[in-house]
Design a protein around this ligand. Sequence first.
Ligand code: ZN
Length: 295
Amino acid sequence: MTGARPLFGGIEAGGTKFVLAVGHSPTEILARHALPTRAPEATLRQTEAWFREQGPLAALGIASFGPAVVDRADGSWGHIATTPKPGWSGCDLAGHFARAFDVPVGFDTDVNGAALAESAFGAGRELASLAYVTVGTGIGGGLVVDGRALHGAAHPEMGHLFPRRHPADGEFEGICPAHGDCLEGLACGPAILQRWGASLSDLPDDHEAHAVIASYLGQLCHAIFAMTAAEIVVLGGGVMHTPGLLERTREAAARLDRGYLPGGARHAIVAPALGPNAGIAGAILLAQAARAENS
Ligand code: ZN
């Protein structure tokens, strides 16, 4: 037995699955579980039931898909904001679990959670600044400076900016419901599937899609470096499992910059050191922070 050491719960609330974990710290996970993201009521009920089996929690952290309300001063803090996901708009994710378990609840976006974990234990543990970008069903990013995730008017988005079109990308109109051919609309997993009929990792290595997607991700990384001076961009998400994509993205970003940015060699584009555990480790970190704030 581990005596009185507090048990923290973490929820990585994703668009396709919820990953749940309990542990004494982000690096001491005792149990984890995953369930598909269905309608809110069923998903929250199953999540709650799993945590009840794990023992009493000291606090809970939620790293959620966005858009989400992360401003503590906002009356809708901890809610999912307006989303095309059926039923989830306005869902009071943090409030539901705060009421269910009567414990402090920490809440941030999934990418800010992953950014916090990579900053504390992963690729950025020696650094003061880090951006984390996931390239998967969508494209989203978070930014951590001196151990704190950046919140301004809302959380950063990063995916909805407008890249220079790659010459080999034809007339593809993009799939973002708001913008069409923003970066997410051109380079997320479903956009790749829609125009080439396969995921990037299933296309031959000499297929033009590799250069096209690397060009867009290179532009995103360059934009992050140019606007925030973050030391590294950590690129996670399913699309980044494509062999060679990380290297191609680095080359694209370097080609664009032409040696201009003053950070120079200090800027790096890297894979997550925590692999797929970054998000859930971030959720446990959020739980620890919530408990500390309430003690
Ligand atoms: Zn967009």
